[in-house]
Design a protein around this ligand. Sequence first.
Ligand code: ARG
Length: 273
Amino acid sequence: MKRLSKLGLVLILGFVLLLSACGTSETGSKDSGKSGGDEKKTLRLVTDAAYSPMEYMDGDKILGFDIDFARAVAEEAGYELKIDHVGWEPLFVEIDGKNADLAISSITITDERKQTYDFSVPYYLSTNEILVPEGSEIKSGADLKDKVVAVQIDTTGHEIAASILGENHKDIRPFETTPIAIQELLSNGADAVIADKPVVDEYVKNNAEQKLIIITDDSFEQEFYGLLFPKGSKLVEEFNEAINTLFENGKYVEIYKKWFGEEPDIDALKAQS
Ligand code: ARG
C-alpha cells in the first residue's frame, strides 16, 4: 500500500512536470492567445539589451522603446511575454531552434534575413550613422575607405562597412555589442563606428564630454525594424493585426513620444507594409 502510493505520487508528479513543460512556450502548439480561454499564453521573447534607448538593462530590468512596444503589441494580441536578454547573435540562434517565439532588437527587415525568418510589418524607421571623434577628417561614408571601422557583428552597420572597405576587410572590427564597438573608438582602436541612428544619437547626447561627432550619409538607406519570428510562425498575422491596432488607437504614438519626445511618421511605416 505504502509502495503503491509512492509510485502514484511519482507518476502524478511526472505528469504535472510534463504538462508544465508543454505550457512554457507557444512554439509547437496551435491555439492562439485570444482564443485560448481566460488564461493568457506566455511567449518567450529574446533581445540584445545593450542598445539604449531601444533595449537596455537597468539593474536586472529590461527597458526601452522596443520593450514597451513589444509588451503593448503582445497585450493587444492577448499574450503574456517572458523577455530574456540573450545577446545579438544568440538571439538568432534561439529563433532558429524555435527556443523563442519572437525577438525584438531593432532588427532591420532585410531581404537576406527574410529568407530564413518571418518579420512583422515595420514598426520603426531608422538608418545607420557614423560616429567619429571631434576633429576627424571623416565626413562621409566614402571617407571610411582607408580607416579602421568598428561595428556590431552581423548588423546592417557591419554590411555597410563591408560595402565600403570590402568584404572581410582587416580594418573592419566586428564586436559582439555596439557599446564595445564604441569603446574601441574611444580607446583609439578604431577611427569610426557605424551603428543605428537612435542608438548613436542617444549615446552622443548622454556623453557630451567625450566630444564625439555624428556623421550622416544620405547614401545610407532607410531601414525598417520588424519583430522577428521563426519561419512559418502562426503568430505573425496576429501580431501584425495588433501592431496596426496600436498605430490606429494612439498607443504607438504614446510609446514613441515617451522615448523620443516627438511624433512618429506612421504613414512612412504603413507605406512599407
Ligand atoms: N538594425 C541593425 C540590424 O538589424 C542593428 C540592430 C542591433 N540591435 C541590437 N539590439 N544590438 O542589423
